[in-house]
Write a protein that binds this ligand. Structure first.
Ligand code: ATP
Ligand code: MG
Length: 414
């Protein structure tokens, strides 16, 4: 993409009411736009990052047998009343509204209820199980706290997978596969080493739910990490009894601030029973389906990555999620010779399928470098007078600041 054609502009300052580092940087770099507190628009560069995150998750969900679909955002009140999750006294973060034709609806906060109903039309016998279905969809939650930028949106993207099994054993097999798939997802995004399987509350038919907590000072959660075992316990369940159950010792745990990147839940028959999702077992009896749910927040992950991979100059995207791998910065000014060399390199890289943002704007070098640092592509290629005179290009690694002189052949070989 030619930067002269990119409609977004970088800016020196973030909006005054924006407290979170992730949103400050992303707004300044032109990746997101703040519409209201906790409500963000994803601009072209931001959407490229988000799509990369989504694609990594999609690949790993497909690898464990997930089938992608999309449920509705508008929710059926009657359905949620059956599980007692419609009443504001029970669930306090609904956005509700009315149909002109009469009756209420709400914007989806999560999707256990509708997916369970969908499955009841498709699952009848033990032969139909197990099934794993997932979606990427915007969720809407009337969150009170909105100080974490895109890490806590009122409208945010979630990947939610739901598993349907014949019994607890079959459920457990998938649950463990999902845990491993989640580890792979976070490793691929470069946050594997600071993301811990964390035992937390909220398990149904199991003692705990499992959260994937990423250590960050910007986090809203507190966890206690066992570095050796690479697992953690959420503060909310830190009791002597729970530590004993988990085989952990208080003395080996270190307190850390963290943010929940994902979680996996055993739901048991919490939804299948009230919604009548049953199957005919091999012995001819009718049995409730055993369910699990598995969430990850792609927009929150983008915020986590922006928080963790950034410095005083701006964003530093890991290669796996970067909007473009290379930032080709031309210092041609009005020099036709340098311009044609830069144009040619851009064309060649693009032809090879390499993603390049080409700063072909007529601007000062200092401004271009500052923008490039702020936007944070993994590598910068500078095309200046040396490229014309001696065929030397400057290659700058954004993360380390390491600079090397390379030839065009070197670049194309990479
Ligand atoms: P939290 O405790 O942080 O509010 P949660 O327990 O409500 O999270 P779930 O309802 O299980 O989270 O949602 C699944 C995933 O969706 C979370 O692990 C997180 O990555 C993401 N998520 C949840 N709430 C938000 C939000 N307000 N903004 C962005 N992402 C979110
Ligand atoms: Mg929440």
């Amino acid at each position: 993409m030619r930067q002269s054609q990119l409609f977004t502009r970088t800016r020196r300052d973030a909006p005054k009411d924006e407290e979170a580092k992730n949103a400050q940087l992303l707004i300044r770099a032109g990746f997101v736009h703040k519409e209201m507190a906790g409500v963000y628009t994803y601009l072209p560069l931001g959407l490229r990052v988000l799509n990369n995150i989504v694609q990594i998750i999609r690949e790993e969900m497909n690898a464990i047998g997930g089938q992608e679909m999309v449920l509705t955002a508008l929710q059926d009140k009657k359905l949620w009343e059956k599980t007692d999750r419609w009443d504001d006294k029970k669930v306090d973060n609904w956005f509700k509204t009315e149909f002109k034709s009469g009756g209420e609806t709400g914007l989806g906060i999560t999707h256990e209820e509708p997916i369970t109903r969908v499955m009841s039309e498709h699952i009848a016998s033990y032969r139909d199980l197990p099934v794993y279905a997932y979606q990427f969809q915007n969720k809407f939650r009337n969150e009170l706290r909105a100080k974490s930028g895109i890490m806590r949106g009122k409208e945010f993207l979630m990947k939610d997978l739901y598993s349907f099994a014949k019994n607890e054993e079959e459920h457990q097999v998938f649950f463990e596969k999902a845990r491993e798939a989640y580890k792979t997802v976070f490793a691929r995004m470069g946050i594997g080493d600071r993301t811990y399987v964390t035992f937390a509350s909220g398990g149904m038919f199991s003692a705990f739910s499992e959260e994937f907590q990423t250590v960050s000072d910007a986090g809203e959660d507190t966890i206690f990490v066992d570095e050796e075992k690479k697992i953690a316990v959420n503060k909310e369940v830190l009791t002597d009894e729970n530590l004993a159950t988990l085989g952990l010792e208080r003395g080996n745990l270190v307190e850390k601030k963290s943010i929940e990147a994902g979680n996996i839940f055993t739901l048991g028959t919490r939804f299948s029973e009230p919604l009548g999702l049953t199957y005919m077992a091999e012995d001819g009896t009718k049995q409730p389906v055993v369910m699990g749910s598995y969430g990850i927040g792609p927009t929150r992950l983008m915020g986590i990555i922006a928080e963790l991979f950034s410095d005083e100059k701006g964003l530093v995207w890991p290669e796996a999620v970067a909007p473009f791998q290379y930032h080709l910065v031309s210092l041609a000014g009005t020099d036709a010779g340098i311009t044609s060399i830069a144009d040619e390199l851009y064309a060649e890289l693009t032809l090879k399928g390499i993603s390049v943002l080409y700063d072909d704007r007529d601007a000062r070098a200092g401004e271009k470098f500052a923008d490039s640092d702020l936007m944070g592509m993994p590598y910068r290629i500078v095309v200046g007078r040396d490229a014309l005179a001696t065929g030397e290009y400057e290659l700058v690694h954004r993360a380390t600041g390491e600079v090397s002189k390379v030839s065009k052949e070197d670049i194309l070989k990479r």
